[in-house]
Write a protein that binds this ligand. Structure first.
Ligand code: SF4
Length: 64
């Protein structure tokens, strides 16, 4: 599983951080900072999917 993040689409809702703090931090303005680039280990993989599903801006994408 690979995760991609689109900074231009991100609106800084912090939902990804609240749902998957292992995978996302936030900057001072609330925009996401991905903590893992590219391939995601299996265990937080489901949280990556949860974060992507709950990002209303479609800024997070998951590829198998
Ligand atoms: S949930 Fe989406 S829009 Fe909100 S901070 Fe995370 S990546 Fe950005």
């Amino acid at each position: 599983m690979k995760i991609t993040y689109d900074r231009e689409a991100c609106q800084g809702h912090n939902r990804c951080y609240m749902l998957a703090s292992e995978l996302f931090d936030t900057d001072d303005e609330g925009y996401a900072i991905p903590l893992i680039e590219g391939k995601v280990p299996a265990e937080p993989g489901e949280k990556a999917r949860l974060a992507a599903d709950n990002c209303s801006e479609f800024a997070i994408a998951i590829a198998e």
